[in-house]
Every structure is written in structure tokens, then in C-alpha cells.
Design a binder for this molecule. Structure first.
Ligand code: C5P
Length: 309
């Protein structure tokens, strides 16, 4: 069977091969309520998938194993979250089908964009469909949560309120304010460890969840969403600890972005624009300064187009 497809559609299957897209997310808002007894932090966060994605190609193999080939060789091996997702499904259902996972990374790694978590969720959903498995939604959620705090969100994607460790998901209506039609992402040239960011978080930065809940209400009521209300409880610590991120934020503001926010534990920063002719010059300026920038739009659950209000 030929795999020489020029256009790769989400969920495109050719008998023994299955292609899927695995979208990145941003945290529109992130409140950290406090540290839990299990070492994780209790969160209230609003996440949204964006049209920046990795491509995953799953192919049946004869051996009773999972292989992974990644365009970023440092991500090869059994620790890769996509490989761990396939192994978790095989173990849960005692399956002997082997699979090769080819992972073409476009989403920046260790960036606060959920790339690895999204890969894991995409593999779970693809195998469920392709191997016609009978995993219930709660089975899928449990497997996803065992792989990482952000993985359950990516089973639905779109816009969602995420609570607990991040694994309790309430999907929200796929409407999005026109003021945020274009999202400019800047990925500073450093990787950030989520665990290290959480470990050094001062309790002063804990909040009661009201920022994220207010954003949620604005979405539900299609009310005014004030960009200045977007809050990330990890931002202050990351800007203090990583001067490259603070500098990048300054440069975004200088280039004409406003209300620049960190996504997740960073280091990716984002800013919203209503029009392409406002966003594009800022992107070009930052690109000229040598930054990795991506101009993206939001996508709904499963990557479909969404309506703006
Ligand atoms: O769940 P995941 O493995 O993606 O989390 C990575 C690290 O981030 C955890 O080991 C933990 O240190 C930190 N974390 C946290 N509270 C959360 C999510 C992640 O402290 N809700």
C-alpha cells in the first residue's frame, strides 16, 4: 500500500495506515488554587485548541509491540507519550496488535502548548476507531488521566473548563470572540519543565479560580471578554525565573501586541488580534528579530471550524 498522500486529512485511513492531526492548545486562563496532598496542584483553567498541529501516522506492524519514529529524534523511545498511549490501550485490553507511530512534530516541544499530551489523546482516539475497540468514555478518560494531566482535555479539544489536576473537563460552546480571531504565538528559544515551574510556585500566586470562572461565564453568556482579565498564575514566576521569556514579552509589546500572556507553564507567549492586518506586521517584526512565531486561529472539537461572535 502506498503512503504517498499529498494531503493529509484528520482521521484519513488507508487500510493498514491511519493519519490523524494532533492540535496544540493555549491556556486562556489558569488559576492555581493550591498544592494537594498528592503533590499535584489543584487548577481551574480554560483551554482552547488552536490550528497548530502535529501529524501522526499509525501503521500496523507484524510484531507484538509499539514503535515510534519522531521527526525530533530526541523524542524517540518508549517514554514518548504517543507510544505510552498505545501501550496503555494494548495492556488494558490485552491486545497483541503491533503499531508503528510516525510523529511529525510542528508544535513546539516543552512549550506550554500541550503537544505531547495532544499526541497521546490523538493516538487513543485513533486506535479506538481504527481497531474498533469498545473502550467507554470513562475508560478513555482514565487512561488519558494516567498519562498526564492535560491528556483528557485533548479527547474533546475545542474550548473547555478544566479542573482538578486538569483532568475534570466541562466542554464549552464553540463560540469565540471576534476580538481574539487571530492568536500570535511566540516560542522563546528555551524549554521549560512544567514540574520545575510548579515546584517553585510561591503560594502568593494561588487564587480562588475566579479569573477562569469569569472567562467561562463570559463565553457561556457571550458576554464581554476583557483581554486584560486573562490570567495565568504561573506567569509571574516564569517571567522572574527566565529572563528570555520576560525579554520576549517586552519585545512582543514593543512590536505592537497587547495583553501578552503565558500559555500553561510556558515558555510560549500569546497575544490576540481581531484582524489579520493588525497581527501580521507584529508577526513579521518579531520574526525579523529572530523569534519563532506562529499566527494561528482557534479550532473546535476534533479540529472543526468554529463560529466567532
Ligand atoms: O500531569 P503531568 O505529568 O503532565 O504533569 C507534569 C508535572 O507538572 C507534574 O509532575 C507536577 O509536578 C506538575 N503539575 C502539578 N499540578 C498539576 C499538573 C501538573 O503540580 N495540576
Amino acid at each position: 500500500m502506498s503512503h504517498a498522500h499529498t494531503t493529509i486529512q484528520p482521521g484519513y485511513a488507508t487500510g493498514s495506515t491511519h493519519f490523524v492531526r494532533s492540535y496544540a492548545k493555549i491556556n486562556l486562563s489558569l488559576d492555581i488554587l493550591g498544592k494537594r496532598a498528592d503533590g499535584y496542584h489543584e487548577l481551574v483553567t480554560v483551554m482552547q485548541t488552536i490550528d497548530l498541529y502535529d501529524t501522526i501516522c499509525l501503521t500496523a506492524i507484524e510484531e507484538d509491540t509499539v514503535r515510534v519514529i519522531c521527526s525530533r529524534p530526541e523524542l524517540n523511545g518508549d517514554d514518548n507519550l504517543a507510544a505510552r498511549a498505545a501501550q496503555a490501550v494494548r495492556q488494558r485490553l490485552s491486545l497483541s496488535q503491533g503499531v508503528m507511530i510516525e510523529l511529525q512534530k510542528h508544535v513546539p516541544v516543552a512549550a506550554g502548548l500541550g503537544g505531547g499530551s495532544s499526541n497521546a489523546a490523538a493516538v487513543l482516539l485513533a486506535l479506538q476507531q481504527w481497531w474498533q475497540l469498545s473502550l467507554s468514555s470513562s475508560d478513555l478518560l482514565n487512561i488519558a488521566a494516567s498519562l498526564g494531566s492535560d491528556v483528557p482535555f485533548f479527547l474533546t479539544g475545542g474550548l473547555a473548563l478544566c479542573e482538578g489536576r486538569g483532568e475534570r473537563i466541562t466542554p464549552l460552546a464553540p463560540h469565540w470572540p471576534a476580538a481574539m480571531r487571530w492568536l500570535l504565538l511566540l516560542k522563546p528559544a528555551i524549554g521549560v519543565s512544567t514540574a520545575a515551574v510548579f515546584r517553585s510556585l510561591p503560594p502568593d500566586d494561588y487564587t480562588d479560580g475566579s479569573h477562569s470562572r469569569a472567562i467561562c461565564s463570559a463565553f457561556i453568556n457571550q458576554g464581554e471578554l476583557h483581554l486584560e482579565d486573562l490570567h495565568n498564575g504561573l506567569q509571574r514566576g516564569v517571567l522572574e525565573r527566565y529572563p528570555e521569556v520576560a525579554q520576549a514579552r517586552e519585545d512582543m509589546l514593543q512590536a505592537g501586541a497587547s495583553h501578552v500572556r503565558l500559555s500553561g507553564s510556558g515558555p510560549t507567549l500569546f497575544a490576540a488580534f481581531s484582524r489579520l492586518d493588525q497581527a501580521a506586521p507584529v508577526q513579521q517584526q518579531l520574526h525579523r528579530q529572530g523569534y519563532e512565531v506562529h499566527l494561528t486561529r482557534v479550532v473546535g472539537s476534533g479540529g472543526e471550524n468554529i463560529t466567532f461572535f
